[in-house]
Design a protein around this ligand. Structure first.
Ligand code: IPM
Ligand code: MN
Length: 362
C-alpha cells in the first residue's frame, strides 16, 4: 500500500479551521478506502511573515517538492499589504512548482441555493481550466515616474506557445475523460476556448490557432467552441447548461471562476486544484481567508473538503474522492440550511462531522 505524503498549509484567517475539517474527512476516507497518508504541517502565511519577514522561502519550495500533494487553507492577512502574501506564497508555489493548470469545477450541489433563476444542478455543471502560469501574472512590466501626474504603468500579458500547448493538451485530455459524453450526460464532449480574439489579437490569436490545430489533429472527436470572455460571463448567468469544459488564460480564468463560484452557491463551496500533472499539485478552497469570520467556527468548510476530495482523485484514490463528493452532496441536500458563514445551522466542525459521518456510513 502506498503512503501518500501530504503537505498541509492551513495559512491565514479561517484557513486553519476549514483545513482541519478537510483533514478530519481525509482520515475517515483513508480508513474506509484503505489508503495511508502522512501529513506534515507548514506555517507559511501572514503570522509567520509578520514574525519573521519570510513568505515562502526557497527552502520551503524545496521542502514542498518532496510531497505527493499540498493541501492549502487560505492565504491573506488583514495586517499585511495586499500582494505580499499572495505573490510571496500562493503565486510563488504555483510558479515554482510549475502548477500550470488551475482546475475549477463549477457544479451546483443538490440543496444549494444559486442566484441564477430557474437553474439547478443539471444546468450548473461544468469545469473551467485556467492556465496558471502566464498572462499578466508573470509580472512583466514596470512603472515609471511613480507618484507624478505622468506616471506610466505597464503589466503585460505574456504567453508562449509551449505554455498554451501544454494547457490545451491538459484541457483536451480532461474533456475526453470527463466531458459530458464521457459522463453519460450528453451527446458529445465539448471544449470551449474563452478568449478575446477581437481585441487581444496577439495573445488570443495564438491560443485560438493552437486550439484548433491541436483539436483537429489529435482530438477530432471533441467538439470545439470559441467564446469571447465578455459573452462567456453573460452565458454563465443565462445558459450555463451550454458549457462542458472551458479553457482560458490566467487572468480571464481568475475572473470568470469567481462568477462561476457564486453561481454554485458561493465561496463556501468552490474548490480548485493547482495542478502540475508531472509534479506536485496543490488544492485549495478558492474563497480566501475571510478574516472577519476567523476563529468563530462559522465558516463553511465544504470547499476545503471538496478540495481535499480533488486531491485524493489526483493521487489516484478515485473511489474515495467520489465518496467524499457524494457525502458532501448528501450534507448539502439534507442537512444544511444555507452555505453562508454563520447561517449553516451548524458550526464549521459540525459540518465536517456530518460529512465524516456520512462517509463512514457509506
Ligand atoms: C485565486 C486568487 C489569486 C489569483 C490571488 C489571491 C493571487 O484570486 O486563486 O483566484 O489571482 O489567482
Ligand atoms: Mn481569484
Amino acid at each position: 500500500m502506498k503512503t501518500h505524503k501530504i503537505a498541509v498549509m492551513p495559512g491565514d484567517g479561517t484557513g486553519p479551521e476549514v483545513t482541519a475539517e478537510a483533514v478530519k474527512v481525509m482520515q475517515v476516507a483513508a480508513q474506509k478506502f484503505g489508503f495511508k497518508y502522512e501529513s506534515t504541517n507548514f506555517d507559511f502565511g501572514g503570522e509567520r511573515y509578520m514574525r519573521t519577514g519570510e513568505t515562502l522561502p526557497d527552502s520551503g519550495v524545496e521542502d514542498l517538492r518532496k510531497f505527493d500533494a499540498i493541501l492549502l487553507g487560505a492565504i491573506g492577512h488583514p495586517d499585511v499589504a495586499p500582494g505580499i502574501l499572495e505573490k510571496g506564497i500562493l503565486l510563488k508555489a504555483r510558479f515554482e512548482l510549475d502548477q500550470y493548470i488551475n482546475l475549477r469545477p463549477v457544479r451546483l450541489f443538490p440543496g444549494v441555493e444559486t442566484p441564477l433563476k430557474d437553474k439547478g444542478p443539471a444546468e450548473i455543471d461544468y469545469v473551467v481550466i485556467r492556465e496558471n502560469t502566464g498572462d499578466q501574472y508573470t509580472g512583466v512590466g514596470g512603472v515609471n515616474l511613480k507618484g507624478t501626474p505622468n506616471e506610466v504603468a505597464v503589466q503585460s500579458a505574456v504567453y508562449n506557445r509551449f505554455q498554451v500547448d501544454r494547457a490545451l493538451k491538459y484541457a483536451f485530455e480532461y474533456t475526453q475523460k470527463h466531458g459530458k459524453k464521457a459522463q453519460g450526460k450528453g451527446k458529445e464532449n465539448t471544449l470551449g476556448l474563452v478568449g478575446k480574439t477581437n481585441v487581444l489579437t496577439f495573445i488570443y490569436d495564438l491560443w485560438e490557432r493552437a486550439f484548433h490545430e491541436m483539436g483537429k489533429k489529435e482530438y477530432p472527436e471533441i467538439r470545439r467552441d470559441y467564446y469571447h470572455v465578455d459573452a462567456t460571463c453573460m452565458w454563465m448567468v443565462k445558459s450555463p447548461e451550454w458549457f462542458d469544459v472551458l479553457v482560458t488564460g490566467n487572468m480571464f480564468g481568475d475572473i470568470i471562476t469567481d462568477l462561476g463560484a457564486i453561481t454554485q452557491g458561493g465561496m463556501g463551496l468552490a474548490a480548485g486544484g493547482n495542478i502540475n500533472p508531472e509534479g506536485v499539485s496543490m488544492f485549495e478552497p478558492i474563497g480566501g481567508s475571510a478574516p472577519k469570520y476567523t476563529g468563530q467556527g462559522v465558516i463553511n468548510p465544504l470547499a476545503a473538503i471538496c478540495a481535499m476530495g480533488m486531491m485524493l482523485d489526483t493521487l489516484g484514490e478515485t473511489k474515495a474522492a467520489q465518496a467524499v463528493e457524494d457525502a458532501v452532496k448528501f450534507v448539502t441536500a439534507n442537512k444544511m440550511k444555507s452555505m453562508a458563514a454563520g447561517k449553516m445551522g451548524y458550526s464549521t466542525s459540525e459540518v465536517g462531522d456530518l460529512v465524516a459521518q456520512k462517509l463512514a456510513d457509506a
